[in-house]
Design a protein around this ligand. Structure first.
Ligand SMILES: [Zn+2]
Length: 471
């Protein structure tokens, strides 16, 4: 009898009816909706903390991130481990300082022994994905293992295109497609938003938003090779350059807003742990230079860090304690109840700080670049900076000779007044501490051996030189 009924319908109709019946019987469609928290890591390239509204910036660069921050935990004094893309991202994903993981040159590669956040979460049953946009995050640098999907398709083939391509809306679109994959596992999704990285060329309406009526001729292209962006330049042109950067941040903020809307629509906003962090900052002649990579001044290492976990009852909405991007790794794992080996991770879990207001104690932070330059066209040397719990910051530049500078961030947050000549005893004491921390990082590197060097081929050399990372 039932067979006769089916004869009245086309095979397609029958298939659809059977599929609907199967789903009604319990098949799962759409994002994971179980009891475990999923994790969304948003890294925003070249985003200095002081250009977001939630960090006190006046121009409207970040209404969506500000709204998220208002519902989240905000760390006012978060620091990158390095002023450029590759080492900072490796620090976020391993919980280690740049010199300890060793991926601190453009020839270094993270090896398979590294227990990255993605690898750990995948072993614990997470569906892992990444959508990255920087040439320095391609598979060859070793961050892809641990991810079920490592999507590099938004990285443009040429360096010129990679600097100019607009990706925020595409990252969001791909992210939502990832979330819509049918899965019975929680997810860990890393999204790398890239637009604030130079070149600065936001769509015209974003330029109008931040510098309406500009009549000058300055544009935001080829930042690393410009001779017209120098101290003493026309202030209106410098304002315009900064407005172009701000436009890129707002463009990114819109993309992230669409992502948050998508999460809300899918019922994921309130049960997903969201981490928003900058990989490093950006300079606009703050200390005479442009772009990033070359120094460890605040504009390049002080980054935003926002943690959205609405099921937590935080002791405060924001914290002034100095924290590091290396803290993300242990904090995420602690919040998920997953153990990690503290002998292989330098970051500290922020959970007790968040929930009980417990201080992390006297803690020094280290940040460094092997491409340090005292002046925009100066010789390249190792630039290390160390930050004390009291906000003293020692800069140490080493090539043939050593140059040291001391700043008191509490009194001089923009590092204008070098106190090294006035306080030689403090410099000596901090110098010894800095060398000790470097030795500690080196010993950890030797013990862990997570990375190795690999020669660049011609195409990679051209790409990095075009991005301004090689000389
Ligand atoms: Zn970067």
């Amino acid at each position: 009898m039932s067979a006769c009924r089916f004869h009245r319908f086309s095979p397609l109709t029958v298939a659809l009816v059977l599929a609907a019946a199967w789903c009604a019987a319990g098949c799962h469609r759409g994002p994971y909706a179980g009891p475990r928290h999923s994790v969304l890591l948003l890294t925003i390239d070249s985003l200095r903390a002081d250009h977001l509204g939630c960090y006190g910036y006046r121009p409207p660069t970040s209404p969506r991130l500000d709204a998220l921050a208002a519902q989240s935990i905000l760390f006012r004094r978060a620091y990158a481990t390095a002023p450029w893309t590759l080492p900072s991202h490796v620090s976020i994903l391993t919980g280690l300082d740049a010199a300890a993981h060793g991926v601190d040159t453009d020839r270094a590669v993270l090896g398979p022994r590294a227990a990255t956040l993605a690898g750990v979460l995948r072993r614990h049953g997470y569906h892992t994905g990444a959508i990255v946009c920087a040439p320095l995050l391609r598979e060859r640098y070793g961050l892809a293992p641990g991810f079920d999907n490592y999507d590099t398709s938004l990285i443009a083939a040429s360096y010129r295109a990679a600097r100019r391509v607009k990706v925020a809306s595409s990252v969001t679109k791909k992210a939502l497609a990832f979330l819509d994959q049918s899965t019975d596992r929680p997810f860990f999704l890393w999204l790398h938003y890239w637009d604030p990285h130079y070149d600065y060329d936001p769509p015209p309406r974003y330029v109008e938003l931040f510098d309406p009526g500009y009549r000058g001729r300055l544009d935001g292209y080829d930042i690393q090779n410009r001779t017209d962006i120098v101290p003493g330049m026309n202030p209106a042109d410098l304002r315009h350059l900064i407005a172009l950067y701000d436009g890129e941040i707002r463009y990114t903020d819109d993309g992230i807003g669409a992502l948050l809307d998508g999460l809300r629509k899918r019922g994921l906003l309130n049960n997903t742990l969201i981490v928003v962090v900058g990989d490093h900052g950006e300079e606009f002649l703050d200390h005479g230079g442009t772009g990033h990579t070359w120094t460890c001044y605040e504009e390049l290492v002080h980054v935003p860090l926002i943690l959205h976990a609405p099921w937590l009852k935080p002791a405060a909405a924001s914290f002034d304690e100095q924290v590091s991007i290396t803290d993300i790794y242990p904090t995420v794992l602690s919040l998920l109840g997953i153990a990690y080996d503290p002998l292989k991770v330098q970051g500290r879990s922020l959970v007790n700080l968040i929930t009980r207001g417990e201080s992390l104690g006297a803690r020094f932070l280290l940040m460094e670049t092997r491409a340090g330059r005292l002046h925009p066209n100066g010789k390249v040397g190792l630039w290390t900076a160390m930050l004390t719990p009291a906000g003293a910051k020692l800069h140490h530049y080493a090539r043939e000779e050593t140059v040291e500078m001391l700043f008191d961030l509490a009194a001089d947050p923009r590092e204008r007044r070098d106190l090294s000549a006035e306080r030689p005893a403090q410099v000596e004491e901090l110098h010894a501490q800095l060398l000790q921390m470097r030795r500690r990082d080196h010993q950890l590197f030797e013990r862990l051996r997570l990375s190795h060097e690999q020669a660049l081929d011609r195409q990679q050399t051209d790409m990095l030189r075009g991005l301004g990372y090689l000389q």
